[in-house]
Design a protein around this ligand. Sequence first.
Ligand code: SAH
Length: 251
Amino acid sequence: MVGAGPGDPELLTLKAVRAIASATVLLVDDLVNDAVLAHAAPNARIVYVGKRGGCASTPQAFIEKLMVSEAQRGEQVVRLKGGDPFVFGRGGEEVEALQAAGIAVTVVNGITAGLAALTSLNVPLTHREHAHGVVFVTGHAKPGDSGTDWVALAHTAHQAKLTLVIYMGVSGAATIQSALLQGLRGDTPVAIIQNASLPNQRHATATLATLHATLQSEHLGSPSVIVVGNVLQGLQAAHAADPTLALRAQG
Ligand code: SAH
């Protein structure tokens, strides 16, 4: 189970590169940059099991069965997942399925998108003046789950001085924004970073009060992370002074 990082192949770990090179079968998610596969052996079999990208989604149960059957046939299987396999990637469920089938698993960390996104803008996630900690939180709950309690989170983030890093938050941004406004100030700085670490990276700055409007006016979509917190004060001020910054920060 290997984390492919946020996109930039130079952000792979040495351990990930070694695992990819030793695989006879690679089962690849759709947020994995193809450039990462340059490390695969020439005769390795590459199977795309992504859930978007125009193809019908591959059901999770099918992916788990495929991992198990390939491993049982004696293949050296690498399950390649975007970012870190254990951050919102259902890696935990997949490891459980493998262990239940008696298959030995090694998990290799990757750099999660929420770490790479702010770093690409030279903004820290914590800062002694502004944030004592970070929360990685999902904007998407599994069907039937009531999901994140954004109002409670906003109060906690305010009181405990936490940076919020929201994954999969674009489609629910309007709801998330209005709930967070019940505990955080409207002028709390926000950044939206799309395709972090890739050549087509784009970002915008906003405030909590203008988050949803900014997503729409800047046409920012998935995959993006939304970061909320006072660590962004400096970036917000720089953007106010020079509105072309968002365009020039790419690459
Ligand atoms: N395991 C992955 C997260 C999978 S959930 C990780 O650790 O990064 C998918 C979500 O991750 C996307 O909806 C988006 O919120 C975020 N994401 C993944 N890659 C991204 C990237 N390059 N730039 C911005 N967000 C990204």
